[in-house]
Structure formats: structure tokens, C-alpha cells
Design a protein around this ligand. Structure first.
Ligand code: AMP
Ligand code: MG
Length: 436
């Protein structure tokens, strides 16, 4: 940690990731208690982060559930086959309790459907396929059974999935379709969730213009604010786009001050070695603390991570009362901006959103064509995944470097090349990070 970053701190990818994860853990420890919550309709809860635990309101399943259509039996009755059993009833799913046989005695069975409660006395269900010869051979109230079953087979005992009161979903869980099904199964039509953190996006650069403007011959439309806004939304935050900052200290400082009023500030551009790359200088002058000022990755090497106490907070709290607002200075090249968000900003944003930590997930695929690179930087290169299972293949997207937005739009993943590898052979299994 340096202040100001006279001595720059360029970390390896793993070190930088660890620093980010440590800060994310601090955010969780300090901020979660004070995070604001709201209640949302279950139908609108996908992707939100639970702020309270969800527990089982009753045993799951609430009765011993048959998992097959067939016959509820005492498994001991099937020691000699075929066995002929007396059919004393039929149990549909949802059958009223008073219509279910009170007990299955030796030599008896009841026909039963998937999802129906297994009556007392029975300890297994024989699939209808093994009741021979199927339904037309049922003579009167008897059935012939041709397969034995182990005790417990085709039955989920009451409470086996969860006991009444058991924890089903912890706070910090990001709601996915399965979690939503679980909440529905215990009758939650609304769920308490954390409010989305506000993330200020500050694009810098004299050449950058708003997308509504007609760019001059040497000007570039601002695309980074929009890719970032989409990534922020995907990660559970609410983007707030600030005006484009000039490559000039005073204007930059005042927009940074504005951005520090949010829960997180993401800057893009102005972090490289150029004479007009002023983001670090502006932040240093504002007494920012820097955790790192670069990472040995490509694209994205100049990425900056730090924290800065706003002069006054949004609600007018004196600066000393606040732990400071985290910021990232993401490199301006559009591919670098996207990659560095995924690798470093996302975990911090997820922590601010109340989400439990999550590790980076790498898939593996076979490399289609040999790759040669220089060692020293861990690379995350835009690539295309194809095929499935053992045939999953990956190849690099031809690109003109990290400014090539058209190339990244064709990519479906990043191919990960460790910093110590010089040559990856065709046919080798390589790590891939999904990028959607
Ligand atoms: P910088 O990191 O400021 O040196 O910018 C690196 C490259 O990214 C330059 O070619 C910039 O024009 C480009 N760039 C910077 N910001 C943006 C942006 N918001 N949208 C699109 N391109 C950008
Ligand atoms: Mg710039």
C-alpha cells in the first residue's frame, strides 16, 4: 500500500486477486450489518442477494414420498418371486389422509403414484414395470410382482431433504432459479434482499465523446461506460454514469469527488504511462490509498485498485467517519476494461451487494491451434468456445489488440494463459473463463 503511489505496486495476477478478495472480505465484515435491505416479489428476485435466511416451514418432504408409479410393499414380502400380493387401495398424489390405507400388512400392497404418500407398514415401492404382467394381469384385487426391492427403495422419507426449521438458503446467497424454487416450496412469495449498491462510472479522455454526439474525425465514442454498466448490472449493482472527464486535473478531481459519493467508483482510461494519464495523480492528491497500481496481466496491466475518503459523504458525514470508497482505475482499452472488471472489480462489487464470496471458475477445452507468447504476463485473450464434452475446443479470436471491440463482441470466453507458459500446443487442454 503506497500513498502516493510514487513506488508503483505491480502485482502478479494471483497476488492482485488475493488483495481484492481480502478487501472484499473486509467489506462483508464491516458493511453487511449496515447495508440497506428491501423486500421483493419472488418473481422479481432472480439475481438479487438474500439478506435473511430462508428456513423450512415444515419437513421436506412433508410425508414419505413415492418417487415412482408402482406398488407400495413390505420389501420382506418379495423374498420369493414372483410374489402375489393383495391390493388394498390406490393412492394418488395429493390423496386425502382418510383415503389412504392406515397400514400395509404382510401379503398386502397398495397401488401408488409418483408424489403420493407411502402408507405405514410399506417400506418400499416396486415400479409398475415390474408388476407382471402389467395392469391387465391384476386379478381382482391381486397383483403379481416379479422384482424384489431393497428397504427404502423409491421412497424419500419424511424430512430427508430438510427438517422443519432447517436452514435452506443463507443470507448472502445470490438467487438463482433453483433457490427461487426452494423459496417457493416453503411459501415465500416475497424475499428480503440487499439493496443494489450504486456504482459510479467515470470515463476519462479528451478524445471520448457521448454516443449522442457526432464524433469529430479524431474522436471516439464512449463505449466503456456502457459495457461497464452492463457488467455492473449483471454483478448486482446499479450503474450511475458520470459525465466524461477531461484529461486535466481539476475537472478530473471534481468528477472523482462526485463519483466517491457512490458505493464504488470505476474509472476508465488515464491509468497508463502517457503524459495525459492523470487518474493516479488526481487520486493521490486526494489522499487515496493504493492497494496496487498494476497487475501482470494482458490485457489490463495498468489496472489500479484503491480506496479514497470522500471530502464529504453524500449525506454530509465528515470524511473521518467513513471507511472510504473503493475505486478501480481500469485501463481505457475496451477489452482491458471488460477483462479487469471481471477479474478485479466484480468481487468487490459482489461484496458490496452483500453476496457471499465466490471463486473464479475456469472451464477446460482443447486448444485448436498452437499459441506462442512471451512469458511474464498472465493472459486472458478473447476466444471462441465450440463443441461439447470431450470435443470442447477453443481458439483465439483474431484481433487488433485490446482496443478491438468488434473482436471481443465475437468472443464467447477468455482463453487463460499462465504467466510462465511460452507455448501452448494444439490439442492441449487449456483453461477458459466464460465471458457472458
Ligand atoms: P487510455 O487508457 O486512456 O490510455 O486509453 C486507451 C485507449 O482506450 C485509447 O485508445 C482510448 O481512446 C480508448 N478509450 C478510452 N476510454 C474509452 C471509452 N470510454 N470508450 C472507448 N474507448 C476508450
Ligand atoms: Mg486516455
Amino acid at each position: 500500500m503506497s500513498r502516493p503511489p510514487a513506488a508503483s505496486t505491480v502485482l502478479s495476477f494471483e497476488e492482485a486477486r488475493r488483495v481484492v478478495e481480502q478487501q472484499a472480505a473486509l467489506i462483508r465484515a464491516i458493511r453487511i450489518q449496515s447495508s440497506k435491505t428491501e423486500s421483493v416479489d419472488l418473481l422479481a428476485s432472480a439475481g438479487r442477494v438474500l439478506s435473511e435466511r430462508v428456513t423450512a416451514d415444515r419437513d421436506l418432504p412433508p410425508f414419505p414420498r413415492s418417487t415412482r408409479d408402482g406398488y407400495a410393499v413390505r420389501s420382506a414380502d418379495l423374498s420369493a418371486l414372483p410374489a402375489i400380493l393383495e391390493v388394498i387401495g390406490e393412492i394418488k398424489a395429493g390423496e386425502r389422509l382418510d383415503r389412504i390405507p392406515a397400514s400395509i400388512a404382510g401379503g398386502q400392497t397398495a397401488s401408488i403414484m409418483t408424489g403420493a404418500p407411502v402408507p405405514a407398514g410399506a417400506d418400499a415401492v416396486v415400479m409398475v414395470e415390474y408388476t407382471a404382467p402389467l395392469n391387465h394381469r391384476i386379478e381382482g384385487h391381486r397383483v403379481e410382482i416379479t422384482r424384489s426391492v431393497a428397504p427404502g427403495e423409491n421412497i424419500v422419507p419424511r424430512g430427508a431433504e430438510a427438517r422443519e426449521g432447517a436452514l435452506l438458503l443463507d443470507r448472502g446467497f445470490r438467487l438463482n432459479p433453483a433457490a427461487i424454487a426452494l423459496a417457493a416450496s416453503v411459501g415465500k412469495s416475497r424475499l428480503p434482499v440487499y439493496k443494489r449498491p450504486r456504482v459510479a462510472v467515470l470515463t476519462t479522455g479528451d478524445e471520448i465523446v457521448d454516443i449522442e454526439a457526432t464524433p469529430g474525425p479524431t474522436q471516439i465514442r464512449n463505449s466503456n461506460s456502457f459495457s461497464l454498466a452492463a457488467q455492473i448490472q449483471q454483478a448486482g449493482g446499479e450503474p450511475l454514469l458520470l459525465p466524461i472527464a477531461p484529461d486535466e486535473l481539476q475537472g478530473l478531481r471534481s468528477l472523482i469527488a462526485e463519483g466517491l459519493k457512490s458505493d464504488l467508483l470505476l474509472l476508465t482510461g488515464g491509468v497508463s504511462m502517457g503524459r495525459y494519464d492523470l487518474v493516479e495523480q488526481a487520486l493521490s492528491e486526494m489522499q487515496a490509498e493504493f492497494f496496487f497500481t498494476g497487475a501482470k496481466i494482458q490485457p489490463g496491466r495498468p489496472v489500479v485498485f484503491g480506496r479514497c475518503v470522500p471530502e464529504t459523504s453524500a449525506v454530509g458525514t465528515p470524511a473521518g467517519d467513513r471507511p472510504g470508497t473503493y475505486f478501480f482505475g481500469l485501463p481505457g482499452n475496451p477489452v482491458s476494461t471488460m477483462v479487469t472488471f471481471e477479474l478485479f472489480a466484480r468481487p468487490v462489487l459482489e461484496a458490496l451487494a452483500g453476496q457471499a464470496p465466490r471463486s473464479l471458475v475456469f472451464l477446460h477445452a482443447r486448444l485448436k491451434k498452437e499459441i506462442r507468447v512471451k512469458t511474464g504476463l498472465q493472459r486472458f485473450l478473447p476466444a471462441i468456445l465450440s463443441g461439447e464434452f470431450d470435443h470442447a475446443g477453443v481458439e483465439l479470436v483474431p484481433w487488433q489488440g485490446s482496443g478491438d471491440i468488434a473482436a471481443i463482441a465475437r468472443a464467447t470466453c477468455y482463453l487463460v494463459i499462465p504467466a510462465d507458459r511460452e507455448c501452448l500446443a494444439a490439442g492441449e487442454w487449456v483453461a477458459v473463463m466464460k465471458s457472458d
